[in-house]
Structures are given as structure tokens and as C-alpha cells.
Design a protein around this ligand. Structure first.
Ligand SMILES: [Zn+2]
Ligand SMILES: [Zn+2]
Length: 463
């Protein structure tokens, strides 16, 4: 397997450019370049690129048992794209936990309809895969990522049935089998649900089996969809540690058809991220006024991601926070507190009338750290009590809150914002991951504040 053609978390375009420029021949050379800080000297790249390369190589050298969704999906897409133009392959579809949007996965599963020789040919020629075990209806392969990739073999006639069986979850399939005993054979997935007198059930909620009972009683919610999203309320620019200018972020948001965008750079105590003090914010907002005139098609919100200090107070004076359109609060320091102290710290911040949104509420980074110790139930209850919004951080490295938290928040009436926390204009596209997590948590337009119109949002924020 040739690993310089793929580094998890680094786009193939970037990787090609770097490899070509330095004529790197293997990942050891690439690692050396990143460590010696040579890659940041290239145009379009910075220290973050080097960090991503080092993190990706570390993942390859020491793969975790569960792979973060972003990395697994990137790899799966690479394989799917190749298969789509490979001779003798009629259909290929992502199934398994990745199709359900599980945030960390132990395998990649593809359903495939192919002439068996052309599939084995593909696997043999692929620089990314090595065959491990061939069974009658399944081929297990080893991948560069360290987690296995399974090809589940299907036919045109059985395609729909196999879609359901291979997408899972086991409990979902079990709940269906309780209705029918054995799944009928259909070429389309919808037909099977129809046969069972059920509406089609979105893969993201095929989890506990309860969704089948809800479907039987016609009680499934109308899940939020990516096209419902009208803006992003948490992004960074070059003013703090972002890689793009505010204008570049605005242009990307306009291109995505957004109605509004909040600029929320870090606050002063976060020195490593170039956090902003009150004076900086005044200057930033003046720049935003100019940009607002230049781009009347999108509404800009003057925001800040203010640090919650270790005692639960905020990192900026009240006067300046009062002037901003949206205050997001979050934890970036002193992770090593006891659960009780951390919960108190967050609750104190939520009690502050100036705070509207709590960003990345658990602080986890997938494949890297589990998050700080916090009683998330108490945080959700406090948010419900004070009408505060909790964030689904759409970055595929974070994805907190997760599904169970969201269900709980929903039952308590807590509103949710799906935000990318983008540090680069292209990362505004991460919204898709956040929306998928929202769907896993049964969220609808009613709960997701950034699916609301600008007027609705602003009147809500003012409350
Ligand atoms: Zn943050
Ligand atoms: Zn942020």
C-alpha cells in the first residue's frame, strides 16, 4: 500500500501540491518537512497544514480502533469515486454506521453490485486496499486507515433489501423483523418500508429500534435538512486564528446561499489563538460595517466567542459584550477540573444574561481527547431554565453534542445551533456533518435556530 497518496485529514489536492513541490518520496520525508516547519512557507499553507499532516501520519502509524467520521468518509469517498468509473461495477453505496452518521466508526461498509472478477481486480490494483478474507457475499480488506473496509456483494434484485440489512443498526433491523419475520426481497429500499406499512426511515435515526414504533404510529419528526440551514453562527477569521479574511468567509457564505453569518473570533485570554480585546473588536466591527455595505445580500452579525474563565466568569468586560449581536461562550482552558467544578463553571456562564450560545459543550476532539468531565444533563437543564442555546459543533473533529444529548435537549425544549466553527472559508461546508448529527438527535426546524429567518433569529437573540 502506498501511503503518500493518502494522508487522513489532508485533501488530496493539497497533498499532491506539497508532494510535488518538495518531491517527497515517502511519508517519512513528508513528516520531516512538517516537523521542520517547511510546509508553511508555501503559499496557501500554514502551520495548521503541518499539524494536519502530522496528525494524519500519526493516525496511519497508530490507528485508533474507532475512526472519526470525517476521516473515514473521506477515505470511503475516494474508493467510491474510483469504483464508479471502474469497468464491471454497476452500483456502489455507502452503508453501515457511516451511512447512519455515527461519529466514530470501526469499519467502512460498501454495498456493491459488480462482476466478481472486476471487483477483485480493483482490490488487487488499489494502492489503498489489501484483500484479507473473501467470503461468498462479503470481501474484507485491510486499509491504510487501519480500520477494515467490507464490500458487501448484492444484486439488482436484492439491492433494497441488502441496503437495509447492511445499513443497520442491528436493533433497527430486529425491530423490522418483529413485524415481518423475514425481510421481503425488493430492489428499492422504499418498497420494503412501504410493504411494512411504514414511511421511509432516514438512516440517521435507524438506531435503537424505537424509531420503528414511532414510524408505525406516524410520529416520526420531519428531520432538519441541510437545505434548511440559513446561516452559520460560529466562525473565525484572520483577526484571531482563522486562515481566511472576514471577506473570504462572507463570500463563501454568500456562495452557499446563506442569509446571515456571525463572525465570532476568540477573546483576549486565548493568546495562542490571537484572541481579541475590546479595542480589537471595535476595529473589527468597523471593518464589518464596511463589508455589510459591500454585501447587502447577507446579514452580518457582530459576535464573539468569549472564553469561560476557570471561575465561570467571562473573558471580556460587560460593556463590550453588550454591544455585540451574539455572544458565544466556551471552554478552551483548564480542562483538568473535577466534574463538579467544571459543571459549576459552565452553569455560571449560562446564568450570565449576556451569553446566548454555549459552543462545543463537551470539548471532545474525536480520535484525540474525550472531552472534559461535565454533567451534561445539568448543563442541558440549565440551558432549558435560562433559554440558552447549545451548539452542535459541525466540525467532523468534534461533533458535540451527540445524539443522546440532543434527544434529552429536545425533551427539555432546549434550542440548538448547528455551527461549523470554521477557521477557513472552505470549512463552512462542514455544516453537512453537523446537520447529520442533528438528524441523529431527531432535531427539526423548530429546534435549530440557524434554520430560522434572520428576523426570527434576531428577535430570539434579543430576548
Ligand atoms: Zn472554541
Ligand atoms: Zn470557535
Amino acid at each position: 500500500m502506498d501511503s503518500i497518496s493518502f494522508i487522513p485529514g489532508v485533501s488530496s489536492k493539497d497533498l499532491k501540491a506539497i508532494v510535488k513541490h518538495f518531491k517527497a518520496e515517502n511519508i517519512y520525508q513528508l513528516k520531516k518537512l512538517a516537523k521542520e516547519k517547511k510546509i508553511r512557507r508555501l503559499k496557501d499553507f500554514n502551520s495548521k497544514t503541518e499539524m494536519k499532516i502530522l496528525r494524519g501520519i500519526k493516525l496511519l502509524e497508530n490507528p485508533p480502533e474507532n475512526m472519526p467520521i470525517g476521516i473515514a468518509l473521506e477515505f470511503a469517498s475516494l474508493i467510491i469515486n474510483e469504483l464508479q468509473t471502474w469497468p464491471g461495477i454497476s452500483q456502489v453505496l455507502l452503508v453501515g454506521s457511516l451511512r447512519r452518521g455515527v461519529e466514530e466508526v470501526a469499519s467502512i461498509d460498501l454495498l456493491i453490485q459488480a462482476e466478481s472478477k472486476s471487483l477483485t481486480d480493483y482490490i488487487q490494483k488499489s494502492p489503498f486496499l489489501e484483500p484479507e478474507k473473501i467470503e461468498e457475499n462479503k470481501i474484507k480488506t485491510r486499509t491504510l486507515l487501519g480500520i477494515p473496509l467490507f464490500f458487501h456483494l448484492s444484486s439488482r434484485e436484492r439491492w433494497g433489501t441488502d441496503c437495509i440489512l447492511r445499513t443497520g443498526s442491528d436493533r433497527h433491523v430486529q425491530a423490522l423483523l418483529e413485524i415481518t419475520g423475514v425481510l421481503p426481497v425488493f430492489s428499492e429500499e422504499e418498497k420494503i418500508y412501504e410493504y411494512l406499512n411504514l414511511p421511509w426511515i432516514a438512516p440517521e435515526i435507524r438506531e435503537s429500534g424505537y424509531e420503528v414504533r414511532f414510524a408505525q404510529e406516524n410520529l416520526l419528526p420531519e428531520l432538519i435538512d441541510l437545505k434548511d440551514i440559513k446561516g452559520d453562527l460560529h466562525i473565525h477569521s484572520k483577526w484571531s486564528d482563522g486562515a481566511s479574511t472576514i471577506e473570504e468567509m462572507v463570500l463563501k457564505a454568500v456562495k452557499m446561499g446563506y442569509e446571515y453569518l456571525a463572525i465570532t473570533d476568540h477573546s483576549q485570554s486565548l493568546k495562542v489563538a490571537g484572541g481579541l480585546g475590546p479595542q480589537d473588536l471595535v476595529r473589527q466591527w468597523a471593518e464589518m460595517d464596511k463589508l455589510q455595505k459591500k454585501y447587502p445580500q447577507i446579514r452580518l452579525l457582530k459576535g464573539i466567542e468569549v472564553d469561560i474563565l476557570s471561575d465561570g466568569s467571562l473573558d471580556l468586560p460587560e460593556e463590550i459584550l453588550k454591544e455585540s449581536d451574539i455572544v458565544i461562550a466556551s471552554i478552551h482552558s483548564h480542562f483538568e477540573m473535577t466534574e463538579r467544578d467544571m459543571t459549576r463553571r459552565i452553569i455560571k456562564a449560562l446564568e450570565n444574561p449576556l451569553v446566548r450560545i454555549l459552543a462545543h459543550p463537551t470539548g471532545r476532539v474525536l480520535g484525540k481527547r474525550p472531552g472534559y468531565k461535565v454533567d451534561i444533563k445539568e448543563v442541558i437543564e440549565t440551558a432549558a431554565c435560562y433559554g440558552k442555546v447549545l451548539e452542535i459543533n459541525a466540525s467532523p473533529d468534534r461533533l458535540d453534542l451527540r445524539d443522546q444529548h440532543l434527544m434529552l435537549a429536545k425533551t427539555k425544549g432546549v434550542k440548538i445551533a448547528v455551527n461549523t466553527d470554521a477557521h477557513h472559508a472552505e470549512k463552512l461546508e462542514d455544516m453537512a456533518y453537523g446537520v447529520q448529527m442533528a438528524r441523529r438527535g431527531w432535531q427539526t426546524k423548530k429546534e435549530i435556530i440557524n434554520s430560522w429567518s434572520f428576523e426570527e433569529l434576531v428577535s430570539f437573540l434579543k430576548k
